[in-house]
Design a protein around this ligand. Sequence first.
Ligand SMILES: [Zn+2]
Length: 145
Amino acid sequence: MNQNPLRAAVEEARERTALAESVYAALKATGKRASHRLALYRCPSGCVVLDVLNLPQGVIFHKPAYRLSPTMNATTSSAAGREKNTRDGDRRWKATTHFASECLNVTLNCDHLREVVLDKSEIQADLDARRAEVVVQVSGERCTR
Ligand SMILES: [Zn+2]
């Protein structure tokens, strides 16, 4: 079979993401996330914006689903983005799960944080310092609870 290498790479990344999603869902369903958790990131109001789990297959980043207020939603998203990334075509944004190795940074969102970008190096620094719970400010600054 003559397979396009780029297509093969894209397909492999998609399969890795599907694996991350199914592993996370299984751990959630069985109540076992806590035993794999490296760190939990929250907004200043307490929403979980990033869950970092350590698994034999690699480190997983999970961003929970969130809902935006009508005003925040209208001013910070486009119709095309809402169509593609929400469950209701409006303001219920889908959760995303992937391996840490598949990204360079993570964009955090909730009704209090919009598009706050954390570099993987910042997350690694938190893990190295064994910060189990990190609060991310609107400015992107991080502190421990
Ligand atoms: Zn929040």
